[in-house]
Write a protein that binds this ligand. Structure first.
Ligand code: SF4
Ligand code: FES
Length: 376
């Protein structure tokens, strides 16, 4: 067999070699960090995914060694393969920054801003996209498009108003279950995920559509409105499952299992299982095994990405050093202003600056007693 041909590609001034046929997105993921463009519709394990959302746009400033002309327009990095000597700009391109903010604005035209009550909040790709690449405001003045909510069987809730039409759930249903009962119907503004006659999606692996959905359009009905994801603790666990890999992530609070999902990698996609199977999980593991006794607990999940889910879950947290006390001759920050010098509203003998946290009525009662003692 002929040796695999490698191409050199430079992305944001970092040069790597990747096999011919690699997409710019996957080459950038090999570099990692911010150099990897965001991807809302591409999903490594779903064939034909990508090319829908345009969040992964990049600028190709040099086409290849043989033909160094730049590409005239920004290209979708998930669908464009690298050429030898290609030079790509992602975070180093002002055009990309501008275009990505535009794509985000466009996606939000039809997306409700209901993050405070949406179960996907905290692990929503659109939230992350808006935070990292979006603009602070919107120019849109019209009513957003809305759809009725549908329950797709006992376990899956469709909230079409939040859908960004990435097609991931359609590919997942097609490629994992062979009995797809839903698709995208109609065109333009009317396009929607639908099941024609509202059939429930009841194949054994259909629950995976929840994991691939980048927003809160498909959510787990057994978890809906039960908890905010950042209050739960992700724990890796497995069981001997005859249908799937049995390797899952339990989202726990105390001893209670609130939700079971597949494990995801650093790009938010299903991770490979250690037993050689794909990481997709069956409905039984996902919806019916909600007791810790159903699982062999492996340990707390390492949350790699910068995410609200990581809140309060860092081990060995290093706090930056505080220099203020040193430069202020030992004065603690809260000692720097003596409120009694500028106000008489407080009891001067009560050192508010020494109270740990906000003052309570009890702090003043003690002062009252002292005052009475002095008056006697
Ligand atoms: S429901 Fe979710 S996964 Fe399906 S097309 Fe809409 S956004 Fe994509
Ligand atoms: S991730 Fe490339 S177009 Fe959506």
């Amino acid at each position: 067999m002929a040796d695999q041909q490698n191409f050199k590609v430079t992305i944001d001034n970092i040069t790597i070699e990747v096999p011919a046929g690699t997409t710019i997105l996957n080459a950038a993921r090999q570099i990692g960090g911010d150099v990897a463009p965001p991807a809302m519709c591409y999903y490594t394990k779903l064939q034909n995914s990508g090319g829908k959302c345009r969040t992964c746009l990049v600028e190709v400033s040099k086409g290849s060694e043989k033909d160094p002309r730049p590409m005239p327009k920004l290209v979708a990095s998930c669908r464009t393969t690298v050429m030898d000597g290609m030079e790509v700009k992602n975070i180093t391109s002002a055009k990309v920054t501008e275009a990505r903010a535009g794509v985000d604005e466009m996606l939000l035209i039809n997306h409700p801003l209901d993050c405070p009550i949406c179960d996907q909040a905290g692990e929503c790709d659109l939230q992350d996209l808006s935070f990292n690449h979006g603009k602070g405001g919107t120019r849109y003045e019209f009513d957003r498009r809305t759809f009725h909510k549908h329950s797709l069987g006992p376990n899956i809730q469709l909230h079409m108003t939040r859908c960004i039409l990435c097609y991931r759930c359609v590919f997942a249903a097609d490629q994992l279950t062979q009995t797809r009962q839903h698709g995208i119907l109609d065109r333009g503004d009317h396009s929607q995920i639908a099941t024609y006659i509202e059939k429930s999606l009841d194949n054994d692996f259909i629950g995976n559509v929840i994991d691939v959905c980048p927003v809160g359009a498909l959510t787990d009905r057994t978890f809906r409105f039960k908890n905010r994801v950042w209050f739960t603790k992700p724990v890796d666990a497995h069981r001997d499952c005859p249908k799937c890999c049995g390797e899952v992530r339990l989202w726990m609070r105390g001893d209670e299992v609130f939700r079971v999902t597949a494990r995801k990698d650093e790009w938010g996609e299903i991770a490979n299982a250690s037993n050689g199977k794909t990481g997709w999980i069956c409905n039984e593991c996902r919806f019916e095994k909600k007791n810790t006794s159903d699982w062999m607990i492996e340990g707390t999940t390492k949350v790699n990405r910068q995410s609200v889910i990581a809140q309060n879950k860092y081990v060995g947290l290093m706090k930056p050093p505080e220099f203020l006390e040193d430069v202020m001759n030992g004065a603690k920050p809260r000692h720097m202003l003596d409120i009694h010098k500028v106000s008489e509203v407080n009891e001067p003998e009560i050192r508010l600056d020494l109270i740990d946290g906000p003052a309570h009525s009890a702090d003043f009662e003690i002062a009252d007693e002292k005052r009475k003692e002095l008056e006697q």
